[in-house]
Design a protein around this ligand. Structure first.
Ligand code: KIV
Length: 269
């Protein structure tokens, strides 16, 4: 098993050093591959709602659903305190129901095996982020295209294209650092803005559709392996052709069943 980065302290220390690789995964089998890979750290994203369940948005993810995926991924990554840094998403509205509810969600996710949580946005819940951090829950921010705000943004669109919205994203990134976040995901923002934010804050930035100058990059595992069907955003690079392998495997199974060449005697009891 390969161990890359086990704590938020190691994560923070990588700022300005080697780029951080992060993969968003939802299942135990994905985690087994990640445990044996050199990928630095893992996110249990609420993209589980879209990638696994086929929902159009991530709004259907709940704290309980996220805790279940987090536990499955944590088991796949190996022994507690020895496995890679595991961050779990705070789902839709979980940071907006007051401190007690936020603490409850954080407890669910950390007891399921996460070492940290990721929270979209900051305006209106900076105090919750600070309260979680002061309660021993490391928090990663998420700015730019924040999918839980899809209805406010009018769809999945690049954010921070004009001077005013770019300045506002820079302000939010600084506010996140001040609130105690240990890192921030920048999703779908112009590369020049991501570079400016990366230079302006002392915490690592992790880009997804945010250019090459962030302190690290994150992709969803199903996307980067080529397992996703349908629309593929511009920022997704398929680093493997697992989808093609899956199609070939299914066709071969069907053919072998049809011609009765499977199972053989060796595969039977
Ligand atoms: O839900 C998710 O997988 C994410 C990443 C794409 C950053 O938030």
């Amino acid at each position: 098993m390969v161990f890359s980065m086990k704590s938020v302290l190691e994560f923070r220390a990588r700022k300005g050093m080697a780029p951080i690789s992060m993969v968003s995964a939802h299942t135990h089998w994905e985690a087994r591959f990640l445990a044996d890979s050199p990928v630095d750290c893992v996110l249990v994203g609420d993209s589980a709602a879209t990638v696994l369940d086929g929902d159009a948005t991530t709004l259907s993810a709940t704290p309980e659903i996220m805790a279940r995926h987090t536990a499955a991924v944590a088991r796949g990554l190996g022994e507690p305190l020895q496995r890679k840094l595991l961050v779990a998403d705070f789902p839709f509205l979980a940071a907006r129901r007051g401190q007690a509810a936020a603490i409850k969600t954080a407890a669910l996710l950390l007891r399921a095996g996460a070492q940290a949580v990721k929270i979209e946005g900051i305006d209106g819940h900076a105090d919750i982020i600070t309260h979680l951090v002061q309660s021993g829950v490391p928090v990663m921010g998420h700015l730019g295209l924040t999918p839980q705000s899809v209805h406010t943004m009018g769809g999945y669109r690049v954010q921070g294209r004009d001077t005013a919205t770019a300045a506002d994203l820079l302000r939010q990134a600084r506010a996140l650092e001040a609130a105690g976040a240990f890192g921030v995901v920048l999703e779908c923002v112009p590369a020049a803005l991501a570079r400016e934010i990366t230079e302006a804050v002392g915490i690592p930035t992790i880009g997804i559709g945010a250019g090459a100058d962030c302190d690290g990059q994150v992709l969803v595992m199903a996307d980067l392996l080529g397992l996703t069907t349908g629309h593929r955003p511009k920022f997704v690079r398929e680093f493997a052709a697992a989808g093609e392998a899956a199609r070939a495997g299914l066709a071969a199974f069907h053919a072998a069943t049809a011609e009765r060449s499977f199972p053989t005697a060796k595969e039977s009891y």
